[in-house]
Design a protein. Structure first.
Length: 559
């Protein structure tokens, strides 16, 4: 049977805790966890006397901060279903079986108790008029924004499946009351099945309540978060890449027949030529550098006629030549923008920190000189990396003291220990067989671990505007992903995408001119001339060229 853990976010609940427990149906919970948010009363000691497992915050972290500890500890204890029940006796504990029934039946990922559904009468139950009106107004507005039809979007009685909580970055949500809205909105827009269940409500003098001014702040924060999320993901998240249900398909117009070879994603052997080669001859070692200026110089770009995966063919390099090139490359210019790279890496690490992760062991594939590893260590990770370049490994060890192993993912013997996070930043597009690489990595990831990768997005705004002249068509890139093909490739290798975002980047004008000045013609020359006078940072993330994906294991690894 699924393990059910009831969590109680508590503050000054000593007078109502025992009544709440007495009304909780017997044997409905395998365990009860109470998190006391630095209450000045006897909540914690009473809970211990009642046989509840107690965690105490030394300082008050707020309503949202309390829930973060509740859910983190419940997941750590192996909960399959996590219930949030306020110990202030405002929500009827007898309704817990109704709350978890849809999850047990496999019909919901998240449920919440609605005080307005069915025959519920919150005003008769003592709900203050200002809270009633505020709830009605904000629920209506948020429903219109989301495209949902809930009756009560501000209920504090909820239940979640384990998979639901692991799919949401709940650790980044507000520490205040807006936490509830942020979690619900993300659940709705990330395609979680959310069901509301009618429940009775009572308000007494012991029930928790917030002031009118805090209610107004909560309402404004809730509506603002809902609107912002809908702009990014679309109503009910229909525009968010992980939610798209259609199978990948060709997106570009064919200009001829490509070579016959099996697609690594779908196995189809018919390939169509979409962009002819712009480069020929041998590939100089400089083109293997992360900072190569050979932008827009590429082999034929072909598209699978069935799934639409873009790749380079025939590649100018054999697999052995490809690996040798990455082993021999030296890329001193990579460290020229160290400050900006660290800023972006911190953004990656912040995005990762929003998701529950059991441990602190991180493995990076394709570490270059170890800047990300060094930054990860400052965030508390025990990090090690894999990098084919001899120069990069030697530089990283000497300059940053990072744990780097020279080798490539295709044939490296991994360490025995599994990782809690595996990171691949701008690597997948360089691999001769990305499916095989992901298959190799899947068993290396812990059960509750995350895979974090970034890669080029050929369907970005910049990619669609530039078409054949998109600068990221280069000879060291063997594959070019659309959101559909990337999500499908991860799904095929046992991963479920839980987060998708565009990577924010900014580089000095001189750096951009050095890398792409020649490719940009007159604009490039103007950039180069201007950078000699003034050298500001230029934001380029809005172009959408690089996507961040966070994924979890969706099923046991193959083999």
């Amino acid at each position: 049977m699924p393990k059910v853990i009831v969590t109680m976010p508590a503050y000054n609940a000593a007078r109502t805790l025992e009544r709440t427990l007495l009304d909780l149906p017997a044997q409905i919970a395998d365990e009860i966890i109470l998190v006391d948010d630095a209450s000045p009363d006897e909540t914690a000691s009473l809970a211990r006397e009642l046989g509840i497992r107690v965690f105490v915050h030394p300082t008050n972290r707020g309503y949202g901060g309390n829930q973060k500890t509740c859910y983190r500890e419940a997941i750590r204890e192996g909960a399959d279903i996590v219930v949030m029940l306020h110990p202030d006796y405002q929500y009827d504990p007898k309704a817990v079986p109704l709350l978890i029934a849809p999850i047990l039946a496999g019909d919901a990922d998240m449920t919440f108790g609605s005080r307005f559904a069915g025959l519920g009468d919150p005003l008769a139950g003592g709900m203050p008029m200002y809270r009633y009106l505020g709830n009605r107004l904000t629920t209506t507005v948020e429903n219109l924004l989301l495209g949902s039809r809930f009756t009560d979007m501000h209920s504090g009685m909820r239940a979640y499946s384990r998979r639901c909580l692991l799919s949401l970055p709940f650790l980044t949500y507000s520490d205040d009351f807006a936490f509830d809205t942020e979690l619900l909105v993300d659940a709705v827009t990330s395609d979680q099945r959310v069901v509301e269940v009618p429940i009775p409500t009572r308000y007494t003098k012991e029930s928790s309540s917030i002031s009118v001014s805090r209610s107004l702040r909560y309402v404004s924060a809730s509506v603002a978060y809902t609107a912002r999320t809908v702009m990014q993901r679309g109503r009910r998240g229909r525009a968010w890449p992980p939610n798209r249900r259609r199978r990948p398909r060709p997106l570009l117009k064919s200009i001829g027949e490509g070579p016959s070879r099996a697609c690594v994603l779908c196995g189809n052997d018919r390939q169509d030529l979409v962009y002819p080669a712009t480069a020929e001859g041998s590939v100089p070692i400089s083109e293997f550098a992360c900072t190569t200026d050979a932008l827009g110089q590429h082999d034929d770009i072909i598209q699978c006629s069935q799934c639409g995966l873009l790749s380079a063919a025939p590649p100018s390099l054999t697999d052995r030549e490809l690996l040798q090139g990455y082993e021999d490359v030296v890329d001193e210019q990579y460290l020229a923008e160290e400050e900006e790279r660290r800023r972006v890496f911190s953004w990656f690490l912040d995005a990762m920190s929003g998701h529950y992760i059991r441990g602190d062991r991180l493995m990076e594939v394709g570490s270059n000189a170890g800047l990300f590893l060094h930054q990860a260590a400052s965030f508390g990770w025990k990090a090690w990396g894999l990098e084919p370049s001899r120069w990069a490994v030697e530089t990283g060890r000497a300059r940053y003291g990072v744990d780097l192993t020279q080798g490539n993912i295709e044939d490296i013997e991994f360490r025995d220990e599994q990782a809690d996070a595996i990171v691949m930043l701008d690597v997948l597009e360089h691999l001769s067989d990305p499916v095989k690489a992901l298959d190799r990595l899947r068993p290396r990831l812990n059960e509750d671990g995350i895979l974090v990768l970034s890669t080029v997005n050929v369907r970005s705004l910049h990619g669609r505007l530039r078409g054949a002249s998109w600068p990221w068509f280069i000879r060291s890139h063997l594959y070019y992903f659309s959101p559909e093909t990337l999500v499908e490739m991860l799904r095929a290798t046992g991963f479920q995408v839980v987060h998708w975002a565009t990577v924010p980047r900014a580089f000095h004008l001189s750096y951009l001119a050095a890398r792409g000045g020649e490719h940009l013609g007159v604009l490039g020359k103007a950039m180069e001339s201007t950078s000699k006078i003034v050298d500001p940072k230029v934001p380029v993330g809005w172009l959408g060229d690089i996507a961040l994906v966070v994924a979890r294991g969706a099923r046991p690894p193959r083999g």
